[in-house]
Ligand binder design. Structure first.
Ligand code: FAD
Length: 227
């Protein structure tokens, strides 16, 4: 896959966060516990406070189900744990392009390190612990794809939760005609890849512009009609 391009997920999220802070007040460390659409807006209750918003975007990944249910959406979003690791090969430039085979991949980074991805564990629930089993799977996959990695140094191992879905696509759109509550979740393995188009769809809806018909299959209202 020599034409593949890539980003560093942590750098991308840090950059987006910086841009958001230029125009928005960011409140961290407060889980939203309930949403209540009302005339002219939405009441948002967190662990610490109650906020009144003109619009709300439900975008809390694998944790979205209770908030979706609170606004009458039955889309099934669930956690799929993924573990990945970062290796420093003994000889730099061991690999020039992304290599993918049988759910495993090696991604060479500009600094010479190689990212090894990724497990998919449906049984872990919301756990993000690093396990021997998943680490062994990753390291043996790395060696299978590129035997020269046998002597590489393991720099980092991490785990996260993908927002899995039962319908085969994410849910992006307004929950009713007033567009007070917008949903963007269920991106499973592709949340970074789909971030620009997701942002574009959400912005189009939030600014009350007409949404191109090709995106309507992602809409929560269509889901409610077809399920
Ligand atoms: C190992 C691994 C490798 C991956 N590789 C890729 C890849 O190569 N390319 C790609 O496109 N995608 C990849 N993904 C998938 C990608 O990470 C997800 O699709 C993406 O993170 C989903 O984004 P999100 O914003 O919907 O959810 P998240 O990134 O999970 O963000 C949800 C946020 O909501 C917060 N939250 C949860 N509940 C509440 C609440 N009640 N109130 C307030 N906040 C709350 C959480 O703390 C979190 O910060 C990978 C995932 C893993 C685990």
């Amino acid at each position: 896959m020599h034409e593949d391009t890539q980003v560093r997920a942590t750098a991308m999220v840090a950059a987006l966060s910086q841009v958001v802070r230029q125009t928005c007040q960011v409140v961290l460390g407060e889980a939203v516990t309930s949403l209540s659409p009302q005339t002219g807006g939405v009441m948002v209750t967190t662990q610490r406070a109650v906020y009144h918003a003109a619009r709300v975007v439900i975008a809390n990944g694998a944790y979205a189900k209770p908030l979706l249910q609170a606004v009458g959406i039955t889309y099934d979003v669930f956690p799929v744990k993924g573990q990945a690791c970062l290796l420093a090969p003994v000889s730099p430039r061991t690999l020039k392009h992304t290599v993918y085979h049988d759910h495993g991949y090696l991604v060479p980074k500009r600094d010479g390190t190689i990212l090894v991805g990724a497990t998919a564990n449906l049984d872990a629930g919301f756990q993000t612990t690093i396990t021997v089993n998943e680490t062994a799977t990753l390291l043996s996959k790395a060696q299978q794809l590129l035997p020269a990695l046998a002597d590489a140094v393991v720099l980092d191992v991490w785990a996260g939760l993908r927002p899995g879905n039962a319908v085969g696509h994410p849910l992006i759109g307004a929950t009713d005609a007033t567009s007070r509550v917008i949903v963007a979740t269920g991106h499973y393995r592709n949340g970074l890849l789909l971030a620009p188009i997701t942002a574009s769809i959400v912005t189009t809806i939030a600014t009350e512009q007409p949404l191109p018909a090709r995106w309507s299959f992602l809409s929560p209202t269509l889901l409610a009609v077809t399920s």
